[in-house]
Design a protein around this ligand. Structure first.
Ligand code: MSP
Length: 639
């Protein structure tokens, strides 16, 4: 019997756009970040049952595209075709679930741009005038003197070009007071808050009219103005309109369904066009303003030591093929706090892959499936009576579900993932605390074992749903392992107890094999234990604490309590005997990083020489090994 959880919230309509990317450069990390987070958001909203439309595309007109085409010795259209396909292929390879890909050289787009221009011209919103000003070709806009830093464009660090020519202008200045009020009344229109404040800051200066044209004598590569074909429209007036042109003309079903439910997602570099020009253009054209502008920060490249450091953003994107799309996505979503800048490095990516994906998630899936296969022949048992331990897992799921929901309303992907990883931690601790491998040895405790195994299987099902928007490939793998395959799912299924007993569970291949860090072993760790002296309790400061990685673990024969562990401390491997057999499954320990006393006197336990001590906290019979919350190589000192 299926039982249903909460009734579904009313269906929402959600139209999400990425910037349309200039075709003068190959797809790179920055483009990929915006597109990947848009994809995660749209997948999440589809799972929530919302009506979703996801638009991306390419911006193909203007001076810099024409220059790039000339530089490549190609006609602009042929050049734009080639780079636009490269973007589309990149998104397909990365599994981006876009519904539409708009190109500004398409007829459907040009028609809408020209219709809007004609309408504004007739309404007297556009006039012909002369203007001279400082123009940045990188940004494709004029800068006021105040905006320049040391006379240069703050984004491109280049001196602007003074341009003076006759052009068409949009009477944007008229809308200044209206826009300030519009933003004031809508605290959520531009998010996060800092960018809302930045837009209000722009609006404290007088808002100048916007130049929207280029004479064709100087630039051919654009959309001709419907009222003067000696001119083409200028890049922003062309580009911003893609968000409505992709939906068709007014009256067409897609346009009526999705506009104005638009949420735009952009990097902070294009805040002014989206936060100022675009609402004014929409207002003047009689089109309702978008619902929300979501602005993220910038990735910089951190100098990593791991390989020759990544020289540019295209190389950074290539790491998605080296480490897998899900690992790459995870890193981008988890590492950057939405709205703030972050630094990208291969080391940081590998650190997260090893700690969060291989250790926390991958080990959990492999422990659980190995258990169900080994002690229940791969068939998920029906649960016996529940205890408070199971209630804790159910409560953790509920909490995570609510936290993910709240985080996703804010585009706070990093918070959503942190909440999911808390749930993973709860389930990992549940395995440690219920010791199913011990229960399995006692036929009288079969009921208890069944409850534990069911809880674990059900946790994996919930996890596959929680992860679906963020790590789609991994989510599908988990579902296949627990016998659910590609059956449709929705967030409404995120209620406890929906996995039917009897499901067949397979042993999982490692979801995320660990990546060996090629980092040099820190010099200090090579002399671990050698010259720090033996310690007494009073001499605590002399205790040489180190990070160690468990590479093998086995029970000690004739002992209920002891495990023989082989651990790596820096470059050397040692044997340590630890009294944790009642609390830890040997197989689940392999790959864990723990803290050890590296300079302890050797001791012999059950005939085995133990060379160091593994630290664990304990309370009321529960043990908890000290592990790291961020990955560090074995041998790292603990101070
Ligand atoms: N064509 C315009 C946008 C027109 S939208 C109507 C444009 N194109 S772009 O190719 O330069 O892309 C800019 C966008 O790429 C940024 O807003 C951001 O989404 C992404 N990024 C480019 N470099 C980036 C980083 N280093 N870090 C994060 N995102 C960045 O501007």
């Amino acid at each position: 019997m299926r039982h249903f959880g909460q009734p579904m919230a009313a269906q929402r309509t959600f139209y999400l756009t990425t910037p349309i990317y200039y075709v003068n450069a190959a797809p790179h990390l920055g483009h990929a970040y915006t597109t990947i987070i848009a994809d995660a958001m749209c997948r999440y909203r589809r799972l929530a049952g919302d009506r979703v439309y996801f638009l991306t595309g390419t911006d193909e007109h203007g001076d810099k595209i024409a220059q790039a085409a000339a530089g490549a010795g190609e006609a602009p259209q042929a050049y734009a075709d080639r780079i636009a396909s490269a973007f589309r292929e990149t998104w397909n390879r990365l599994g981006i679930s876009y519904d539409d890909f708009i190109r500004t050289t398409e007829e459907r787009h040009k028609r809408v741009v020209q219709a809007i221009l004609a309408r504004l011209y007739e309404a007297g919103e556009i006039y012909f005038g002369k203007y001279g000003g400082n123009y940045c070709f990188g940004c494709e806009r004029f800068y006021t003197d105040k905006e320049l830093v040391d006379g240069k464009c703050p984004d491109h660090q280049t001196a602007p070009t003074f341009i003076k020519e006759q052009n068409y202008f949009f009477r944007m200045g008229r809308y200044q007071d209206w826009l300030v009020r519009y933003i004031d009344e809508r605290p959520d229109l531009i998010r996060p808050e800092r960018y809302r404040n930045e837009v209000l800051g722009f609006l404290r200066e007088p808002l100048e009219d916007l130049c929207i044209s280029r004479p064709r004598s100087r630039l051919q590569w654009g959309i001709p103005l419907p009222f003067d074909d000696r001119y083409v429209t200028y890049v922003w007036f062309d580009a911003l309109i893609n968000y409505v042109s992709a939906l068709g003309q007014p009256g067409e079903p897609r346009r009526e369904t999705f506009w104005p439910h638009a949420q735009h997602l952009i990097g902070k570099d294009i805040l002014k066009p989206h936060g100022v020009y675009w609402p004014c253009m929409l207002k003047a054209a009689g089109i309702p303003v978008y619902r929300r502008l979501n602005v993220h920060g910038y990735w910089s490249l951190g100098g990593g030591k791991m390989s020759k450091s990544i020289g540019n953003v295209v190389e950074a994107l290539a790491l998605t093929d080296t480490y897998g799309h899900d690992a790459f996505r995870y890193f981008l979503l988890r590492e950057m706090t939405f709205g703030l800048d972050a630094s990208f490095s291969e080391e940081a990516l590998v650190g997260r892959l090893n700690a969060d994906l291989a250790n926390d998630l991958g080990n959990l899936v492999s422990r659980v499936t190995t258990l169900i296969v080994n002690v229940a022949s791969g068939v998920l048992p029906a649960p016996g009576p529940e205890t408070p331990q199971e209630a804790l897992v159910g409560a953790a799921l509920e909490k995570t579900r609510a936290e993910v929901h709240a985080a996703m309303e804010e585009f706070a992907f990093q918070r959503a993932l942190a909440a999911i990883w808390e749930f993973i931690g709860v389930v990992n601790r549940y395995v440690d605390g219920t010791t199913p491998w011990v229960l399995a040895r006692d036929p009288a405790r079969k009921d208890r074992l069944d409850t534990v195994l069911y809880t674990l299987g059900e946790s994996l099902r919930c996890l596959s749903l929680l992860l679906a928007a963020f790590l789609p490939n991994t989510s599908l793998k988990i579902r296949q392992i627990i016998g659910l395959g590609e059956a449709p799912m929705t967030l409404a299924d995120l209620t406890w107890g929906k996995l039917a007993p009897g499901a067949s569970v397979r042993k999982a291949p490692a979801l995320f094999p660990r990546v060996e860090e090629k980092k040099a072993v820190p010099a200090e760790s090579r002399k671990a234990g050698a010259d720090r002296g033996r310690v007494t309790v009073a001499d605590f400061s002399k205790v040489d604490l180190r990070v160690a990685e468990i590479v093998a673990a086995e029970p000690v024969s004739k002992s209920r309590k002891l495990l023989k562990l082989t651990v790596k401390v820096g470059a050397e491997q040692r044997i340590m005997v630890a009294g944790i057999a009642e609390q830890y499954d040997p197989a689940g320990l392999v790959g864990k990083k723990v803290i050890v006393v590296a300079n302890l006197e050797p001791a012999t336990l059950m005939g085995i020489q133990s060379n160091g001590m593994i630290l664990a906290a304990s309370e009321g019979g529960t043990l908890s090994l000290l592990t790291l919350d961020r990955d560090l190589p074995p041998g790292s000192p603990v101070k």
